[in-house]
Design a protein around this ligand. Sequence first.
Ligand SMILES: C[S@@+](CC[C@H](N)C(=O)[O-])C[C@H]1O[C@@H](n2cnc3c(N)ncnc32)[C@H](O)[C@@H]1O
Length: 330
Amino acid sequence: MPDTVEALYEEADRLYYDGDLDRAAEVYKRILEIDPDYQPAVHSLGIIHYDQDDYGPAVDYMQRALVLDPDDVYVHSNLGKSLYGMVHMGDREQAETIARDWMRRFPKNRIARHMGAAVTGDSLPDRANDAYVAQTFDEFADTFEEKLEELEYKAPALLAEALKRHVTDDGLRILDAGCGTGLCAPLLAPMARRLEGIDLSEEMLALARKRKLYKRLDKAELTDALASRAGRYDVVVAADVLCYFGALEAIFAAMRKSLKKGGLLALTLETDTLPAPFHLNISGRYVHDGGYVESALAEAGLEIVEQTVETLRTEYAEPVTGLVLVAVRS
Ligand SMILES: C[S@@+](CC[C@H](N)C(=O)[O-])C[C@H]1O[C@@H](n2cnc3c(N)ncnc32)[C@H](O)[C@@H]1O
């Protein structure tokens, strides 16, 4: 076995990426015997526990890694995911205590703010902030499509089918709002004269770009970007994107503004009957009250022409149902 910390770390990483998590963990621990403050090894041990659904130790290692490097955005992100796992395994009280402490220690950190609120229910934000979204999806980009296939993700196909029932020609100017890696693109391209995409994550956009199906891709926040695109689109599609928005008034108004008269908005949303307009789930995604969605659309001047309840994907092997909805700019 090598004996410098750097060489050991390289060896441990190789074992980790080969899928030998137990031996990788042994080498990361060996590093900590030599240098107990070697932050990358502390973080990596947290990741291994997370990968093994062992969320308590994962959270402990992430917290220790944050003491050693308070600015490491990857550790913040992994702490959020580990706390989500902890709640999922039934340890809500402990997860809430740790999340409150995390938010108190890092009041300016935007990942702590969003995921802390998701775990504790405190200080509910109106939408997932830009830094949280960009960090989450930059990290997720490489494995996104593989993961969504595992989750039997159907939103793009369901939206394309719904749209086909309402569009009358194939020369449309279409915006894929929150396009991600471009899973909707092959389904939308046959209807489009010009297909554009907007997303906050550079890594997701880089994969969308490789498809060569979009005429234009912009790294931008949707609400802001659409404000300056009045009357531009025949169709705006938001597949699994509005679950990163709690309050829908501003984004619906911006989407409506960007549509031509008679233009269509096609979206998916996870809905329920709630005592409030929306709820932030421990996953960091919002669930909306069905009645609220309808009234927010009407208020924005968008008239529902079709809505169905479908299974959109799975989460922890359970089906997740949601709305597939098409509305017209009235
Ligand atoms: C779950 S992915 C869905 C991607 C794609 N629509 C699909 O169906 O595969 C959600 C995407 O929305 C983007 N997103 C979330 N909030 C956003 C915002 N406010 N502005 C722009 N993009 C946003 C994320 O970066 C991410 O790529």
